[in-house]
Design a protein around this ligand. Structure first.
Ligand SMILES: [Zn+2]
Length: 111
């Protein structure tokens, strides 16, 4: 499956990057966001394996939730798609794959 593109919000006043820009920039207090396309590559900082899910994720177990540090400096919590590779570890290289139908950010582990 083709990977989708990942965008973040960039403060057009000071350059601060974020994935959720609902308020003023925490660095310069301006409300001047622009969309910025990013590579969506990074590494796993920490993770948990989920064996028993609930709600919309119940039928997707087992899966990983991982704290990911993107090369652009952003940190985020994401779903790791098992269909690419089942074993992950701290510092595994990952790449953004897609937004799931539930609006989770899904990443795949690179070899
Ligand atoms: Zn700013």
């Amino acid at each position: 499956m083709e990977s989708q593109e990942l965008y973040c919000k960039k403060c057009n006043s000071c350059g601060f990057l974020t994935l959720s820009a609902n308020y003023k920039c925490p660095e310069c207090s301006q409300f001047n966001w622009i969309d910025k396309k990013i590579k969506g590559e990074g590494s796993i900082y920490s993770y948990s394996k989920i064996n028993v899910g609930f709600g919309r994720m119940a039928n997707k177990t087992p899966y990983y939730l991982a704290m990911i540090q993107l090369d652009e400096g952003l940190n985020l919590l994401a779903y790791i798609d098992f269909s690419f590779k089942e074993n992950i570890q701290i510092n595994s290289k990952v790449k953004f794959h897609q937004r799931t139908e539930d609006n989770y950010l899904s990443f795949k582990v690179l070899e």
